[in-house]
Ligand binder design. Structure first.
Ligand SMILES: *Cc1c(COP(=O)(O)O)cnc(C)c1O
Length: 450
């Protein structure tokens, strides 16, 4: 097989500022050993997140010039709406400034004390928007989903028996909707199969509970279905995406992921009554229903991005990126969550630095080492992020891939840095907290080496 090349040429470049190891040592100490506190210009390869970090195409940038900034009924809104409808088939399309704004509107209308909202795994903003309304967010992930070595093709699936139990226990009248996150971000960007979506719908129908997709990475999920699920080999990713959405009654979407833009989102649904209510909230908190907190040019860029994200060459390159890195790490024996998901590689810091106990933050130690060794910014997803509530099941370090931003040689460099740190893994030192905020401590915490 030949190299899967980046299916684009580079027309504009943004220089990367190089830093020396000595410089990074000072910068990291000044940041309290917290990578959220390091300025972006001091990072060589930034893999903190794949959200809002995509490179836009020439046609998206032309779309920015074509944006219609009329307050009401702008041409750009109709382009955006038509593209979303072409893919999802939903009757009502409501633009919002981010995914979480769509969540806030939806759960503001449907969630309240006494209600239970199940999902394969709720993303953190989704969970927060449910809990802030007093409702309960319940994850019903299949057991393979939390085993870093289980080579299941669809580790993001919802556990249907558990889902049925949750609905029966709560009473169907207390379950206003069920969410399915595609791909399942919080369990490693793992896909959900078409069969699982179809069965979820069938189960929910028996209880008259609507199904909503958290569709941030719908295109990556569609590509996994094409590659891994029998019967979909010959279907286009657009056809597969349409079928995924055909089982749902609505969706929330952060356009900062699979719409290939830097800001934006939407809420879509078939329920006429609910849509009227959602638009009424939108007008108070986001903006008029034909722009919803976005500029006309943003809507234009989203319409264009949703077209481009379903190109098979793009998706083949996108999914190959994580797979390529996974192959190289696997050959060297580096522990990570397998198989790689769509948008990131998750290093298994608990095994990588097995001499560091969870309370000494092995993930934080590894993330700091990757920065010191190569100026790479990653994100700890382990005891720093979650340990305050309960010990998390895994100590992970996420390397998330911005879309169309880095080339294969950038990834080769990242692999070299990881292998160098892995060679010296026994020298990694545990850390302790020097400061922590009362909530969401990972953003502002300061650390010291033990
Ligand atoms: C990013 C994300 C969100 C929230 O979207 P924002 O645009 O960041 O508000 C919701 N769900 C999933 C799965 C996400 O990845």
């Amino acid at each position: 097989m030949k190299t899967v090349i980046e299916p684009f040429r580079i027309k504009v470049v943004e220089p990367i500022r190089m830093t020396s190891p000595a410089e990074r040592k000072k910068l990291l100490a000044a940041a309290g050993y917290n990578l959220f506190q390091v300025d972006a210009e001091n990072v060589i390869i930034d893999l903190l997140t794949d959200s809002g970090t995509a490179a836009m195409s020439d046609s998206q940038w032309s779309g920015i010039m074509r944006g219609d900034e009329s307050y009401a009924g702008a041409r750009s809104y109709y382009r955006f709406r038509d593209k979303v409808q072409e893919i999802t088939g939903f009757r009502h399309v409501i633009p919002t400034h981010q995914g979480r704004a769509a969540e806030r509107i939806l759960f503001g209308l449907l969630a309240e004390k006494g209600k239970v909202i199940p999902s394969n795994t709720h993303f953190d903003t989704t969970r927060a928007n449910i809990e802030i309304q007093g409702a309960r967010a319940v994850d019903c992930l299949v057991p393979e989903g939390t085993d870093p070595r289980a080579l299941h093709p669809f580790k993001g699936n919802i556990d249907l028996e558990q889902l049925e139990r949750v609905i029966r226990e709560a009473g169907a009248e207390n379950v206003p909707l069920c969410m399915l996150t595609v791909t399942n971000n919080s369990c490693g960007g793992q896909p959900v199969s078409m069969d699982n979506i179809r069965r979820t719908k069938r189960l929910l129908k028996r209880f008259s509970v609507p199904l909503f997709l958290d569709a941030c990475r719908f295109a990556e999920n569609a590509f996994f279905i094409k590659k891994r699920e029998p019967g979909f080999e010959k279907k286009s990713c657009l056809q597969i995406a349409r079928q995924m959405f055909s089982y749902a009654d609505g969706c929330t979407m952060s356009a900062k992921k699979d719409a290939l833009v830097n800001i934006g989102g939407f809420l879509a649904m078939n329920d006429d009554e609910l849509a009227v209510q959602a638009r009424n909230v939108l007008i108070v908190t986001e903006g008029f229903p034909t722009y919803g907190g976005l500029a006309g040019r943003d809507l234009e860029a989203i319409a264009c991005g949703l077209e481009e994200v379903l190109h098979e060459d793009y998706l083949a390159y996108r999914i190959r990126t994580a797979e390529y890195m996974g192959d190289k790490l696997d050959a060297a024996g580096v522990p990570f969550v397998k198989p790689p998901g769509g948008h990131a590689i998750y290093l298994d810091a608990g095994s990588f630095a097995s001499h560091i106990p969870a309370e000494q933050f092995p993930g934080q130690a590894l993330a700091c080492a990757l920065y010191l060794e190569g100026g790479i910014r990653s994100c700890e997803i382990g005891s720093v992020m979650f340990g305050k509530q309960a010990p998390p099941p895994m100590e992970l370090v996420r390397l998330a891939f911005p879309r169309r931003v880095y080339t294969q040689s950038h990834f080769d460099y990242v692999i070299e840095v990881i292998l160098e740190v892995f060679k010296n893994a026994k020298k990694l030192r545990g850390m302790k907290l020097a400061y922590e905020a009362p909530t969401l401590r990972h953003f502002t915490a300061r650390f010291a080496y033990l």
